[in-house]
Design a protein around this ligand. Structure first.
Ligand code: PBG
Ligand code: ZN
Length: 321
C-alpha cells in the first residue's frame, strides 16, 4: 500500500484548500530611496525598477503603492552632504526627517519605517563613528539614540536599526521611552550577515565603505548558533520585531529563529537577490514572475511574517489578479 499524494493535486480548488502557506499583500514592506531635489526619479542600473527619488516623487509613489494595497514602506536617505559622523542623519531638517514629515502629512495612512544607520550619511561609508580600524560601538550608540529621536519627532511609525552595534536596542528603547515615545515600535535588523548580496544596494544608497568591509560588525555567514543568539539578545533588549538579512541564502536561520522566539519575524529580501532574478529574467533564463513568487512563498514557509522586498509592487499586482 502506498499513499496517493497526487489525489489532492488534481483539482485546482482542492489544491488551494490544502495549501499550507499564503502570501498576502499585507506581508510586505517596500523600500524607498529618497534624495534631495525636485522631480528626481533616477533608475539604478544594477536594480531595474528601483529608483532614487526626490520627496515630491516619493509622495506620488506612495499613491501608487496604496492603489496596490501596500501601506508599509521603509525609507533610506541619500543626503546632500556626507561627513565623518553622518550629521545629516542627526538633523531635524535632514533628508529622512524632511521626508517622513512630508509623507505623513500627505499620506497619514501610510506606515513609515525608518532605517536607522549611518552608512548612507558618512563620508567613509561605515555604519557609525570610526577610529582607524573599525566602528566604535559605544560612541555610535550615543548618536544612534539622537537619530532615533529625530525620526520619532518627524513622525516615523517604526524605527529599524540596521548597524549591528551591540546594545543598540536597549539604547534606543531607553532613549525613546525617556522622550515620551514608549509606544514607538522597534524592528531590529537583529541577525544581519556581512553579505555580498548587498552590492546593488550600495550603488542605490551610495554607501559603499571607502576602506575595508563590514565584517567587524556584521555577522559571519558561517555562524548558526551566533545567528540565533543575536536575535534572542535583541528580543531581551526590547525589540518588537526581529529580522534575518539577507533572506534567500539564510532560510535555515529564519527557521531557527522562528523556533527560538514568539516575536514577529521579518526577512529582508535584499538588493542582490532582487538583481539576480531581474537580470536572469531579462536574459530569458528564468520565468521572472514565477521564480519571484516561488522565492517569496519560501520566506513565509521558512517562518517569516514580514517580507521587506523590492518585488513587493510586482507581487502585489499578481496577488490582485
Ligand atoms: C544599511 C543597510 C544596508 C542594507 C539595508 N540597510 C546595507 C549594508 O549593510 O551594507 C542592505 C539592503 C539591500 O541590500 O537591499 N546598514
Ligand atoms: Zn549601515
Amino acid at each position: 500500500m502506498f499513499q496517493r499524494f497526487r489525489r489532492t493535486r488534481l483539482h485546482p480548488v482542492l489544491q488551494r484548500l490544502v495549501r499550507e502557506t499564503h502570501l498576502r499583500v499585507d506581508d510586505f514592506i517596500y523600500p524607498l530611496f529618497v534624495r534631495p531635489g525636485e522631480g528626481i526619479k533616477n533608475e539604478v542600473s544594477s536594480m531595474p525598477g528601483v529608483y532614487q527619488m526626490s520627496i515630491d516623487e516619493i509622495l506620488k509613489e506612495c499613491e501608487d503603492l496604496k492603489s496596490l494595497g501596500i501601506y508599509a514602506i521603509i525609507l533610506f536617505g541619500i543626503p546632500e552632504v556626507k561627513d565623518s559622523i553622518g550629521s545629516d542623519a542627526l538633523c531635524e531638517h535632514g533628508i529622512i526627517a524632511s521626508s517622513v514629515k512630508a509623507i505623513k502629512e500627505a499620506h497619514p495612512d501610510m506606515f513609515v519605517v525608518t532605517d536607522l544607520c549611518f552608512c548612507e550619511y558618512t563620508d567613509h561609508g561605515h555604519c557609525g563613528i570610526i577610529d582607524d580600524k573599525t566602528v566604535l560601538n559605544d560612541e555610535t550608540l550615543q548618536i544612534s539614540a539622537q537619530q532615533a529621536i529625530v525620526h520619532a519627532k518627524a513622525g516615523a511609525d517604526m524605527i529599524a536599526p540596521s548597524g549591528m552595534m551591540d546594545g543598540i536596542i536597549e539604547t534606543l528603547r531607553t532613549a525613546l521611552d525617556e522622550a515620551g515615545y514608549e509606544n514607538l515600535p522597534i524592528m531590529s535588523y537583529s541577525t544581519k550577515f556581512a553579505s555580498g548580496y548587498y552590492g546593488p544596494f550600495r550603488d542605490v544608497a551610495e554607501s559603499t565603505p571607502s576602506f575595508g568591509d563590514r565584517s567587524t560588525y556584521q555577522m559571519d555567514p558561517a555562524n548558526r548558533r551566533e545567528a540565533i543568539a543575536e536575535s534572542v539578545e535583541d528580543e531581551l533588549q526590547g525589540a518588537d520585531i526581529l529580522m534575518v538579512k539577507p533572506a534567500l541564502a539564510y532560510l535555515d536561520i529564519v527557521r531557527d529563529i522562528r523556533e527560538n522566539t514568539t516575536k514577529p519575524l521579518a526577512v529582508y529580501n535584499v538588493s542582490g537577490e532582487y538583481a539576480m532574478l531581474k537580470h536572469a529574467g531579462a536574459a530569458g533564463l528564468i520565468d521572472y514572475e514565477r521564480v519571484m513568487m516561488e522565492t517569496l512563498i519560501a520566506f513565509k514557509r521558512a517562518g517569516a511574517d514580514i517580507i521587506i522586498s523590492y518585488h513587493a509592487k510586482e507581487a502585489a499586482k499578481l496577488l490582485k489578479s
